[in-house]
Design a protein around this ligand. Structure first.
Ligand code: SF4
Length: 100
């Protein structure tokens, strides 16, 4: 067995997270906290319109690339935040799911 095969992860990855032993599932309260932190200090022109935000979010919610109900597997972003930012795009490799 090579040295690399003997290496074991330093953390418990049984909950699905490859990088740490924290649960990747976020509570509604935690999501709201993260959204508030991310939005703090943003100017109005940095945010997509409410209509665009909602349309993007609805598309993310039915996307097969959404993980844990919160996270885009292509970029690792919390879609609750990504969908709100005007300059964001959908990183789906086969093409954006957000094109309106
Ligand atoms: S691929 Fe696009 S639509 Fe799907 S979760 Fe990521 S950002 Fe949302």
């Amino acid at each position: 067995m090579s040295a690399i095969h003997r290496m074991q992860p330093a953390v418990d990855t049984s909950n699905g997270c490859k990088g740490c032993n924290r649960s990747p599932v976020l509570s509604e309260e935690r999501i709201e906290q993260l959204v508030q932190l991310a939005m703090a200090g943003k100017q109005a022109d940095e945010l997509a319109s409410e209509t665009v935000q909602q349309e993007r979010f609805q598309r993310c919610m039915v996307c097969p690339s959404l993980q844990f109900g919160t996270t885009c597997k292509h970029c690792g972003c919390l879609v609750h935040i990504r969908t709100r930012l005007q300059a964001s795009h959908c990183p789906a490799p086969a093409g954006s799911h957000w094109e309106l």
